[in-house]
Design a protein around this ligand. Structure first.
Ligand code: FMN
Length: 339
């Protein structure tokens, strides 16, 4: 057990919030497969009380996801405060503010990564959010706006004074988007001076990387996004490596169990068309790097019928797992998103 601010969690490896990906079924699955905490994708704080059915769907979670945080974004203090209260009423364990989203539509209004540009304006907003709820308020930032404004140190200081519970830092600036590499030295420097728990994030794709980032940079936890899409066993493998235990090997049988579980969770949460949409996406990611993946992906996007899709997937993993070489996990993957 480790402490992550007010939360007591099993180990320091957790799933990053990702739009269109970290929905309730996938969060549930990843909790089961070892992520110590899960966080929803970003949801707009503006008008959250009169939100559409689609937005409210994004805020739903099931009990087995706990500890679960719901992530909001916005720029207006009143709306952000109201959104914190909605999240609290929904019963989430914490509310996370997205301050890393680089998407123009979001930053133009002053939300996402733009919130870090003016720490003096940010201070009262964070303080009002923290004051408005009993659950912890956490934030997720980047190292800064661009190479001329790498002010994560200052943002962490503002967050500390406001009573924020932890800060997750994606080691790139807003200007970098997803290019270059996450700057873990910088994350380590921020951590060394921080009174708050710091969660490091960026480019962690293997259990070795997860454990070495954790130990080398002294962060309180390591957040993993894209790496978990190619290797959904990454959290349990990282946890085992840290504990000095041998991990259970990834066999075709284990992948098939995971697929069946994910299918069940998707079916409980979504209608047929959405199940197919999500199933196709995840199958394409999970298969990436396996021999024959390109051909499999083509098939996946053309099979119209759910039963056939899953049985095709099971067959694919049974055959290609035998031929797999793990080195593909080191390569860059999925270079875009909201944080
Ligand atoms: C498709 C995609 C969607 C994302 N959506 C969000 C989001 O909703 N909220 C957020 O804070 N970060 C979001 N991110 C950023 C990730 O949380 C994470 O910071 C980033 O991917 C770097 O970590 P990684 O290298 O482990 O993937 C997204 C990233 C991707 C690739």
């Amino acid at each position: 057990m480790i402490r992550l601010g007010p939360l007591q969690v099993d180990h320091p490896f957790l799933l990053a919030p990702m739009a269109g990906i970290t929905n309730s079924p996938f969060r549930r699955l990843m909790r089961q497969y070892g992520s110590s905490v899960v966080i929803s994708e970003l949801v707009s704080a503006n008008g959250i009380e009169h939100a559409s059915h689609r937005t409210l769907e994004l805020l739903k979670f099931v009990e087995t996801e706990r500890p679960v945080g719901l992530q909001i974004f916005g720029e207006d203090e009143e709306n952000l405060v109201r959104a914190c209260q909605v999240v609290e009423r929904m019963g989430a364990d914490f509310v996370d503010l997205n301050m890393g989203c680089p998407v123009p539509k979001v930053v133009k209004k002053g939300g996402g990564a733009a919130m870090c540009r003016n720490p003096a304006l940010l201070a009262p907003v964070l303080a009002a959010m923290v004051k408005s709820v009993k659950i912890p308020v956490t934030i997720k930032i980047r190292t800064g706006w661009d190479s001329g404004l790498r002010n994560a140190h200052e943002i962490v200081k503002v967050a500390t004074d406001a009573g924020v519970a932890w800060v997750a830092i994606h080691g790139r600036t807003r200007a970098q988007g997803y290019s270059g590499l996450a700057d873990w030295d910088f994350i380590g420097e921020v951590k060394a001076k921080s009174a708050l728990p710091i969660i490091g994030n960026g480019d962690v794709n293997t259990p070795d990387q997860a454990v070495s980032r954790y130990k080398t940079y002294g962060v309180d936890a390591v957040m993993i996004g894209r790496g978990a899409l190619r290797n959904p066993f990454l959290f349990e493998q990282s946890r085992d490596l840290l504990a000095g235990r041998e991990s259970r090997p990834v066999t075709a049988e284990r992948i098939i169990t995971l697929l069946k579980t994910q299918r069940a969770y998707l079916s409980e949460c979504f209608e047929g068309r959405s199940v197919m949409l999500h199933a196709r996406k995840f199958l394409a990611w999970y298969s990436s790097g396996y021999p024959g993946a390109a051909e499999f992906r083509k098939k996946v996007f053309h099979i119209p019928e759910e039963e056939e899709l899953w049985s095709e997937a099971i067959q694919f993993f049974e055959i290609s797992l035998k031929k797999r070489d793990m080195s593909f996990l080191e390569e860059p993957f999925l270079m875009g998103g909201h944080g």
